[in-house]
Design a protein around this ligand. Structure first.
Ligand code: UDP
Ligand code: MN
Length: 296
């Protein structure tokens, strides 16, 4: 049987005169592949219907983790409602909400095949610790037999919302999202004493701590490594500049992601949209840090 949209390829030549669903596949204004040959996913570089039909046959299950500790529960409603509209629509999705306030988790109507589980976690007096402890708790979630429930996992910041499709085009072994800030501002950890150290001149992209994913196996290894390195740093009295995000960046420098998602996959609402970003799919909402974090 023929899959939708597979008629535009003729041997090795991309025929650009016969687009199949309105947009020509391919972009000339952005990098579409990394030097290690991982795709970089941008709007206009993939055929969503074709991809969905391939993954439908595999009956895949997607897990998503989101942490809402302390006052961050206020973000859950919008996060969950917009996920219903845009995140792997039509697929089996299991959202895991980690919170210290289970009673504040809103009831959001979920479509057939989608479900939500609440996991209790302790609160903390420091946002740095709340943020960094995610690695350990995701590692544990995967070890707690998540294999029976999911094939892929995405770990997302709760202070964010979906605006556009986030689907099968994002699937891969290890998946990172390119940070929307420009290269000169890459805040890698620069102290060689830290296990998150990235030397000047090193680093491919600066990846977001607020969105990453992949297969359970790959994400387990990432979270376990980042957590262990974070703890070992702490024993020596050092905390990386951006906590787990710094460790994630070190990890992805050494272990190259097999798929890289463009900044469409984690934009920031306060940032004007760059011209190369044709579609913002997911973005961080504007928040009052002083009002919602336990410390400054
Ligand atoms: N977080 C939380 N409670 C806190 C601080 C952080 O639940 O008090 C979680 C939440 O999922 C949040 C993530 O940690 O999205 C990262 O923190 P934040 O979004 O504040 O970092 P930013 O995106 O501003 O760098
Ligand atoms: Mn955030």
């Amino acid at each position: 049987s023929q899959l939708p949209g597979d008629s535009m390829w003729f041997g090795l030549t991309l025929v650009s005169s016969a687009p199949t669903s309105g947009s020509k596949r391919g972009r000339t204004d952005v990098v579409m592949v990394t030097p290690w040959l991982a795709p970089v996913v941008w709007e206009g570089t993939f055929n969503p219907n074709l991809l969905d039909s391939i993954y439908k046959l595999k009956n895949i299950r997607i897990a998503a983790t989101v942490f809402a500790v302390g006052k961050y529960t206020i973000f859950l409603k919008n996060f969950l409602e917009t996920a219903e509209q845009h995140f792997f629509v039509g697929f089996q999705v299991h959202v895991y909400v980690f919170t210290d306030r289970p009673l504040d988790v809103p009831q959001v109507k979920m479509s057939a095949g989608r479900q939500l589980t609440v996991r209790s976690v302790p609160n903390s007096q420091r946002w740095q610790e709340i943020s960094a402890r995610r690695m350990e708790l995701i590692q544990k979630l995967i070890e707690d037999n998540l294999h029976s429930y999911a094939d892929y996992i995405f770990c997302l910041d709760v202070d964010s919302q979906f605006h556009g499709r986030w689907g099968t085009e994002s699937l891969g072994g290890l998946v990172g999202v390119i940070h929307p800030d420009d290269r000169s501002r890459f805040p890698y950890e620069r102290r060689p004493e830290s296990r998150a150290y990235v030397a000047p001149g090193e680093g491919d992209f600066y990846y977001c701590g607020g969105a990453f994913g992949g297969t359970l196996e790959e994400v387990h290894l990432l979270t376990k490594t980042c957590h262990t390195n974070f703890i070992d740093d702490a024993k020596e009295g050092i905390e990386a500049a951006w906590q787990e995000e710094s460790h994630l960046n070190r990890y992805m420098w050494i272990n190259k992601p097999s798929k890289v998602l463009s900044p469409e996959y984690l934009w920031q609402d306060f940032k004007p949209r760059n011209p190369e970003v044709h579609l913002v799919r997911f973005s961080g909402v504007i928040k009052n840090y002083a009002a919602i974090r336990p410390n400054v």
